[in-house]
Ligand binder design. Structure first.
Ligand code: WTA
Length: 654
């Protein structure tokens, strides 16, 4: 965030009480919210004990709620046994078997619905197919698919048989996919020929082939869903069509009862250093947090149609597409394609067509749609919408107000939800019938979550004008358990700063006079480009993989649609490119980085320099680079630079 953004947020003092008509019917009333908070404050462990007993269906009841003997490697409900897919599907069959579970909208306009009974049957058939292919509990399976119901079916089928899934976003490159497959030691990859996006078929199978080309070690089988019908190469003995493996499989499959701490999934996410880390989530604790927040924050009622636009490749697509709403027995919408296809009215058209009542998306999408003007949403009937949500990055007040007035007609509360891949579920958000909202603030923590803004010594920052570290002071069920294969990194990244007492989110935040939280963005070198999380190191490594690049440093700068964009400083081998050579190399490097990591990582700006500004100890002066990229005043002492003239070059003036 730039200083001017912080200024504007701190002076944002509009407050919107919950719309009366909404509050009158809300699932959680102010009194209930207060009671939940009181209960959690009185005895946090007893609070989670009660909820875990009431909300989850257990095969074997747990006796111990929280095991903190190995803190901060906390364990929740560890002696209990259950199954996540059973909790998302079977529990609804008796009363709601014919209720729609998934309403699917393909990008070309094809559409179909799966009821809970049909979805359960499909999950069981696929689960049986996985078993027939030799998949055992604890095996890791990588899922690399378009946003089609089969992605959820694959995830739920893994859960059903106790396999641990690791979904890789379909926009990631073959290289990124390979790293994740290898790190997880995956035994199988589930993919599709491709998916529709922006009117084109995006190949997925070819990326899998490239990722596996020099990796015969762990992956034995690849299952391929036919979606686009484009021809794909099938490798004899390794590759199998989805339709073939499910043929003849029974539509019932006894769930594998696993321990509460059994790893339900890994999800790779970027940090500021090193390769993406495999965030490991549990079964019971994760599911409990996912289900409760779906109910508390999204106010889910029986007749709601809930649409979370996130891809299943991100945590939002795990918690608020695949697990939370299904555990809560809701009807969800899944859309395969791009928001702008065939035009910027697609989201609103889908809301109208399927009667969406709750809509949850990212600020970057809202900003892009807002730019197209109010005339487009005005063409559609959005009157069924009753609640709107935002996630993934700070939402600027302008986009918030547009969302509220133009999309929500002023009658829908907005829930600005703050959370992370690591937290598993929403941590801070308005409760829609209770909390007065302020544009740009995620307001207050959800019940049971003890969040704070602290200074470098771990003391609460009392002053609203002053920022600090965003921390969570008590463990919670949905928290990550570790980083796959690297517990030391888990400890150092999230816990070491405050002596293993507080979970350190990596964000900076302010807390205003009403106790509301205002998240300002990352305190580390992690970017949010169009809501997607990327680390400096991965992008820099992608650059230096190019033969002409000797060194690279990337920073971000504010972007009016993407939120942040990538700005790269590149030092080439030999002399610094200029003129047409520089232009051509820039274009080439953009493509190259896109190919190395995925299109989302393509830098917007590339600047060539003779060298990079470093401190005496050899560390790149990122703050200086950031100030230059953002055209901000330089506050760094640059007199110690070996070559102070470099600053002019970095500014693009020399
Ligand atoms: C940012 C996405 C402000 C934050 C669920 C966090 C937000 C990172 C918000 C996690 C919000 C997420 N307001 N910032 N409502 N939600 N963030 O792991 O910087 O992709 O640390 O999880 O997104 O990103 P991740």
């Amino acid at each position: 965030m730039t200083d001017s953004n912080i200024e504007s947020i701190l002076h944002e003092n509009r407050s919107f009480p919950p719309p009366l008509a909404f509050a009158a019917k809300a699932r959680i009333t102010p009194a209930e919210f207060a009671a939940l908070n009181t209960e959690a404050a009185r005895d946090n462990v007893a609070f989670w004990t009660r909820l875990a007993r009431e909300e989850l269906s257990w095969h074997t009841k747990f006796k111990q709620t929280l095991d903190d003997s190995q803190a901060p490697n906390y364990r929740w409900f560890a002696d209990g046994m259950l199954n996540a897919s059973h909790n998302c599907l079977d529990v609804h069959l008796a009363a709601n078997g014919d209720k729609p579970a998934i309403i699917f909208e393909g990008e070309p306009g094809d559409s179909h619905t799966l009821t809970y009974r049909q979805l359960t049957a499909e999950v069981c058939r696929f689960a049986n197919a996985l078993k027939a292919q030799g998949i055992q509990p604890g095996d890791r399976i990588v899922i690399y698919m378009p946003m089609v119901p089969e992605a959820v079916i694959a995830m739920q089928a893994c859960a059903r048989i106790g396999a641990t899934h690791s979904v890789v976003f379909g926009g990631f490159s073959a290289n990124s996919l390979r790293d994740r497959i290898n790190d997880a030691g995956a035994k199988m990859v589930i993919t599709a020929d491709g998916g529709w996006r922006g009117g084109r078929s995006i190949e997925l199978k070819s990326a899998v082939d490239a990722a596996l080309a020099d990796n015969g070690k762990t992956v034995g089988k690849v299952i391929v869903l036919k979606r686009t019908g484009e021809p794909v190469a099938m490798q004899e003995g390794r590759d199998l069509w989805w339709s073939d493996v499910v043929k003849g499989q029974r539509d019932r499959c006894e769930p594998a009862w696993v321990g509460a701490e059994h790893p339900l999934f890994l999800l790779y996410t970027s940090g500021s250093t090193g390769k993406p880390k495999g965030i490991q989530h549990s079964t019971a604790g994760y599911l409990l947090s996912a289900k409760l927040t779906s109910q508390w924050v999204f106010d889910l009622r029986d007749d709601d149609v809930f649409w979370c636009t996130a891809d299943v490749g991100w945590v939002t697509g795990h918690t608020y597409v695949c697990y939370g709403p299904l555990a809560a027995g809701a009807t969800i919408v899944m859309y395969e394609g791009a928001p702008m296809h065939p035009d910027g009215g697609r989201f609103w058209k889908i809301c109208e067509k399927h009667g969406v009542t709750i809509f949850y998306t990212a600020p970057t999408a809202l900003r892009a749609l807002m730019k197209l003007g109010d005339g487009i949403p005005a063409k559609y009937d959005l009157s069924k919408l009753r609640l709107l949500g935002s996630v993934g990055e700070p939402i600027n007040p302008e986009a918030w107000i547009w969302y509220h007035t133009v999309i929500g007609g002023g009658r829908c509360p907005i829930v600005d939800t703050w959370w992370q891949t690591e937290t598993g579920a929403i941590m801070a958000s308005p409760i829609p019938g209770v909390t007065a909202t302020k544009p740009g603030s995620c307001t207050t923590p959800v019940p049971g979550i003890d969040m704070a803004v602290v200074d470098d010594n771990g003391n609460p920052v009392g002053n609203p004008e002053q920022g600090g570290w965003l921390v969570v002071r008590k463990p919670w069920p949905g928290m990550l358990r570790t980083i796959w294969g690297d517990n030391a990194r888990y400890l150092s990244t999230y816990w070491a700063r405050f002596g293993n007492c507080y979970y350190v989110a990596g964000d900076t935040a302010h807390q205003d006079q009403d106790g509301y939280f205002w998240c300002m963005g990352r305190a580390d070198d992690v970017f949010k480009v169009s809501g997607h999380r990327l680390g400096t190191m991965e992008v820099e490594s992608a650059f230096v993989a190019h033969p002409r690049v000797a060194e690279a440093a990337v920073v971000s700068r504010p972007h009016d649609i993407k939120g942040e964009s990538i700005f790269a400083y590149v030092v080439c081998r030999g002399t610094r490119p200029t003129g047409t050579d520089a232009e051509q190399l820039s274009a080439e490097l953009r493509e190259f980085v896109g190919k190395e990591l995925g299109a989302i990582a393509k830098p917007d700006d590339i600047r060539f320099a003779d060298n990079l500004p470093k401190t005496r100890s050899g560390k790149i002066m990122r703050r200086l680079l950031r100030a230059i990229a953002r055209d901000e005043k330089i506050t760094e002492d640059i007199s110690t630079l070996e070559n102070p003239a470099i600053v002019e070059q970095l500014r693009g003036r020399a």
